[in-house]
Design a protein around this ligand. Structure first.
Ligand code: AMP
Length: 215
């Protein structure tokens, strides 16, 4: 199964990806995680990507595409994959499409999580992450057992640079301008499944699975 999950920041892509990875036993490939890893390892890609990420802008297509091409070469992708946060522009989608067509392994489906803007601002504004292992929390909806501390490793929770208020606004604008056009792009080629991303996590996973199983 080859699936891409798209949606605005804070729409639950990360959470739903983890559920889908477990349900279908396919690798979860998050371009955001790969980029954050490059930043923390201070690789050349990481150094180039850092400023774009912390200001809420997209990392240039050329850098992201190079990174993703390398990831697709890994043997675990042969049985399928779940893309989270990639593609994010029509140009990325076109390159991805050409690359997968060349392998005779096109996408089966593109799942778009639909969440209203006001809901997203609340979700992202309360988001905290562990400074050590990256585990995500929400001050209201998913708090840690001890305020400000990670349940898994007891390290301090921090606000990710890109979850600061002005950056959230910027990320939403970037989504509207550069990523939302992908909805039409994939609708026109018959791959889009739009899923209501509000409600109980398990219900949302069920809706996604139902959409994927009729593909
Ligand atoms: P995410 O964790 O998916 O929200 O990604 C965090 C940040 O990484 C984004 O705000 C972008 O700066 C960058 N990023 C992740 N995926 C992409 C992509 N496909 N294209 C460009 N930039 C990306």
């Amino acid at each position: 199964m080859r699936v891409a999950l798209i949606g605005p920041p804070g729409s639950g892509k990360g959470t739903q990806s983890a559920n889908l990875r477990d349900r279908y036993a396919i690798p979860h490939i998050s371009s955001g995680d790969l980029l954050r890893d490059a930043v923390s390892r201070e690789t050349e890609l990481g150094m180039q990507a850092k400023e774009f990420m912390s200001s809420g802008r997209l990392v240039p297509d050329k850098l992201v595409l190079g990174m993703m091409k390398e990831r697709f070469e890994q043997p675990d992708c042969a049985a399928g994959f779940l893309l989270d946060g990639f593609p994010r522009t029509v140009a990325q989608a076109e390159v991805l499409g050409a690359m997968l067509d060349a392998k005779h392994a096109p996408l089966d489906s593109v799942v778009a999580l639909v969440v209203a803007r006001e809901e997203i601002v609340v979700r992202l504004g309360g988001r905290r992450s562990c400074g050590k292992c990256g585990k995500l929390y929400h001050v209201t909806f998913d708090p840690p057992a001890v305020a400000g501390k990670c349940d898994a490793c007891n390290a301090d929770l921090v606000i990710r640079d890109d979850d600061r208020e002005e950056t959230i606004r910027q990320r939403l604008e970037v989504y509207e301008e550069q990523t939302a056009p992908l909805l039409d792009y994939y609708r026109n080629i018959g791959l889009l499944a739009e899923i209501d991303g509000v409600g109980v996590q398990a219900d949302i996973s069920g809706r996604i699975a139902a959409a994927l199983e009729v593909v």
